[in-house]
Design a protein around this ligand. Sequence first.
Ligand SMILES: [Zn+2]
Length: 293
Amino acid sequence: MKRRIIILGIDGLEYNLVEEWDLKYLKQTSHVKTNLSDFEVIVTPPIWASMLTGKKIQEIEQPFIKRMRFIANKGNITQVKTPWYTKLGAKILPLTIRRRLGDTITKLLVPDPFKTTYDYLLRTKKYKTIFDYFERTWTNGVPSYGRNVSTPEIKAAMTEAIKGNLKPLVEYAMKTYEQDKKALFKALNEDYELIFWYTPFLDEISHFLIKKKLKLMNIYFDLNKLVKKVSERLNENDVLYIISDHGMEPIPDDPRGGNHSDHGFFSSNTGELIEKPQDLFKLVVSKSPKIKF
Ligand SMILES: [Zn+2]
């Protein structure tokens, strides 16, 4: 039996919560916080793109940096400088109006960066990805490689959630999770050398549930159980990596409750570790039968 490499990409999985609840299947043999200090803004698509290519892709990161410049309240995780007009607005306008203005200006001046980048690597074929180093590969879509995490449905559900009605968001997110799980087990039954499974649902709901920890805990336990099930499907030499782009932390004045934390998560069943998300590329490619190092 040939060795398979299976990557479980869990968007928004928080290292500190995996530790706190001691989720041993998620932790595997070795686990680590990944370092995101290379990224100017901690948003989903550029980090996943870096895992697939081994580098920061400017064309994917820049549209998000550009958008961030128009938002006065950034939380504590970005190195983007605030321009003078945003600072002035921050001094003289109440937060709610600033937010609304920021949104309006952003929509007028900056195209939706999620829309322009969700399939960038697939569409342009400008960069080699880990999928180029294996014969039989499978993915259900990763941000920048065919997965749009900012669909009209999710945007509408987020708007409702900010108003206080979490139901549509939780329903949408859990439906996504179920569909993604189904796709994963189907792929595990087939003959692939490289499986890159991805699910965005945890990022979506954690923004709102990070302060409702009991609800979040149930979901983390379910993810832990999912990894147990996957582990039971592995052959002796199969490699299992689990990775997240960033985690989530409570932010006092965020209308959702929380925002992305400044670190990601990685674990392996082999004991191997990486320092930064972009190191995943090298780790995976080094196992390619096509490449001799
Ligand atoms: Zn994310």
